[in-house]
Design a protein around this ligand. Structure first.
Ligand SMILES: Nc1ncnc2c1ncn2[C@@H]1O[C@H](COP(=O)(O)OP(=O)(O)OP(=O)(O)O)[C@@H](O)[C@H]1O
Ligand SMILES: [Mg+2]
Length: 219
């Protein structure tokens, strides 16, 4: 039986028009991720990795081409897909965004109300050494702790698709592997796409994609 992929990108082009500079960040991307898949994404700085994650999540509509999440085309305006995104997609930004006046726990639960999410956040915090930080405000945390706090938020809703942009970049090897273990365990029935410069973190990926100048090569 052929399952509908979690996310499909078809001939996706993304251009930024930034004053005098025009950048084609993504140049004809075709990609499908199935449930249960763990996919690594590597490529030089500026090759379009973060841009690809934004487009797959519906945070940026492509200039041309299509993106479908769980069989449904994403709308042309990012705001129109906000509800779906919060339910289905866990997004880990390259630079963690946390609300400064909320605790780590409150940040994690912003879009994930209910006892189930609270229990999940507690269990995740335990697994990545963040239990004692749950009631702290973000400005009192280190960079790596903030990154792990945003992991709690990304997974609080039990998303179907997780898009993680360098989730271990500010972490030591041991903590980095703990974060990857959490992502992997959580992703058994979901899909996981991890951008990283550290090949050790995606050693057991089902496949690794290589991006260069906005074009994808399958390794
Ligand atoms: N908001 C933006 N406006 C204009 N150009 C942008 C914008 N965001 C990214 N770019 C350009 O698009 C290209 C791809 O950027 P992107 O952030 O996707 O790369 P990346 O592979 O994630 O790089 P890194 O490994 O450094 O995070 C780069 O040339 C970058 O300068
Ligand atoms: Mg990036």
């Amino acid at each position: 039986m052929n399952e509908t992929p979690l996310v499909v990108a078809s001939n996706v082009v993304l251009e930024y028009h930034d004053g005098s500079r025009d950048v084609r960040a993504l140049d004809g991307i075709d990609l499908a991720i199935q449930r249960g898949e763990f996919v690594g994404l590597v490529g030089p700085s500026g090759s379009g990795k973060s841009s690809l994650l934004f487009v797959l999540a519906g945070l940026r509509p492509p200039t041309s081409g299509r993106v479908a999440v769980m069989g449904e085309d994403l709308p042309a305006y990012a705001d129109a897909s906000a509800g779906m995104r919060r339910r289905r997609i866990g997004f880990l930004f390259q630079e963690p965004f946390l609300v400064p006046y909320l605790s780590v726990r409150e940040n994690a639960l912003t879009h994930a109300p209910g006892d189930a999410a609270e229990g999940r956040v507690e269990a995740l915090a335990q697994a990545i050494g963040m239990t004692s930080m749950l009631d702290e405000r973000p400005h009192r945390l280190s960079g790596g702790e903030r990154q792990r706090a945003s992991l709690l938020r990304a997974l609080a809703n039990n998303p179907d698709l997780i898009l993680a942009d360098e989730p271990t970049a500010s972490l030591d090897q041991q903590t980095g592997h703990a974060v990857m273990d959490v992502l992997r365990t959580h992703t058994k029935d979901a899909g996981l796409l991890v951008v990283t410069h550290d090949r050790g973190m995606i050693e057991d990926a089902n496949r690794v994609l290589f991006l260069r100048d906005g074009r994808l090569k399958h390794e």
